[in-house]
Design a protein around this ligand. Structure first.
Ligand SMILES: [Zn+2]
Length: 161
């Protein structure tokens, strides 16, 4: 990091803070040569390890396209998908990891999708959690029903008390 004032090739970090969205780090730097102060914004690199072993840069678009398939025919908008992908990326970056397995991204998508559309969630979960029997579907559907009951209880207090 060259000093923008005297081109000195080194600088000292005097303050650093993570942006509100957790996606970048802003550093306040000082040049040891001329004492000039300047700021830099750095986005940490995040790599994805695919099941094949191939490593590629994290892509929010890939989350959107992956989830969109599960949402076919469901009332989920592009804005919903973009918001989901953003929250997933922020959650991953906030853990501070620089590499993540593709499968772990799928797992962090699940709770977000569950809040968005239960049918899309079931489709997605069946792939990512490797459902191989009706019992797998049944246990997830049962937990979704529990959630629904809890929500109904909150929405209508005292109804059947
Ligand atoms: Zn300088």
């Amino acid at each position: 990091m060259h000093c923008p004032f005297c081109r000195h090739p080194d600088s000292r970090v005097i303050d650093s803070r993570t942006s509100d969205d957790g996606l970048s780090i802003r550093r306040r730097r000082q040049c040891p040569e001329c004492s000039g102060r300047f700021s830099t914004t750095e986005t940490a690199s995040l790599m994805v390890i695919k099941r094949s072993g191939v490593v590629e840069p994290f892509s929010r678009d890939k989350i959107v396209s992956g989830v969109r398939k599960a949402c076919q025919g469901r009332p989920v908008t592009d804005v919903d998908l973009a918001g989901l992908a953003q929250r997933v990326e922020e959650a991953i970056r906030q853990t501070g990891v620089s590499q993540i397995e593709a499968n772990d991204i799928g797992l962090s998508i699940l709770p977000e999708l569950r809040g968005l559309d239960v049918v899309a969630y079931l489709r997605f979960a069946s792939v990512y959690q490797g459902f191989d029997s009706l019992a797998d579907f049944e246990s997830v559907i049962e937990s979704l029903r529990d959630d629904e009951r809890r929500l109904t209880d909150v929405a209508e207090p005292g109804e059947d008390a």
